[in-house]
Design a protein around this ligand. Structure first.
Ligand code: HEC
Length: 145
């Protein structure tokens, strides 16, 4: 089911992108794939750069104002592309969360998000994955329209 969905999505993306010239730069990055390699790399990055404020993914956080990234938090309510942009350039209205652009590579941000995602319950992973895919198709429609 998942494979069929992803297959359908990527073929329609290819058609739409072909039609409008597309941005091949970010195509295929979202939804972020969870692989053992990324999760491994991401865990190290998380421990080094994120845990000092956010605590372990499942919580509790170290800084009161830093949200927990696990199932009980809100992180999974957001699509992958936004999470990625927020880690690179800060979430909207953030006052404490630093921007990691220049400190972490784009690949490292994908890795750390892959690690965070891997901690979620399977049904939460699936819902968030669907939301991320839906967000991508909306962006493509907006650009094409
Ligand atoms: C200096 C403390 C600090 C560090 C380090 C930090 N964060 Fe944050 N983060 C925050 C705070 C506090 C917020 C809430 C927004 C605000 O007030 O700035 C936040 C918000 C976020 C959000 C948006 C809220 C959500 O979960 O949906 C994400 C995603 C996030 N952080 C991911 C990360 C990742 C990934 C790292 C490591 C690469 C990291 N943060 C490192 C303090 C931190």
């Amino acid at each position: 089911m998942k494979i069929v969905l992803v297959g359908l999505l990527s073929s329609s993306l290819a058609i739409l992108l072909g039609a409008c010239g597309g941005d091949s730069e970010t195509t295929g990055r979202f939804p972020i794939e969870i692989t053992a390699e990324r999760v491994n790399a991401g865990q190290t990055i998380y421990t080094q750069y994120c845990a000092s404020c956010h605590g372990p993914v499942a919580g509790p956080s170290v800084l009161d104002s830093a949200p927990v990234h696990g199932d009980s938090g809100h992180t999974w309510h957001h699509p992958d592309r936004l999470l990625y942009e927020w880690v690179l350039d800060r979430p909207p209205l953030a006052t404490v969360m630093p921007a990691f652009r220049g400190l972490l590579s784009e690949q490292e941000v994908l890795d750390v998000l892959s690690y965070i995602k891997s901690n979620w319950l399977p049904e939460i992973q699936q819902r968030q994955q669907q939301g991320s895919a839906q967000y991508e198709s909306q962006i493509i429609e907006d650009r094409a329209g």
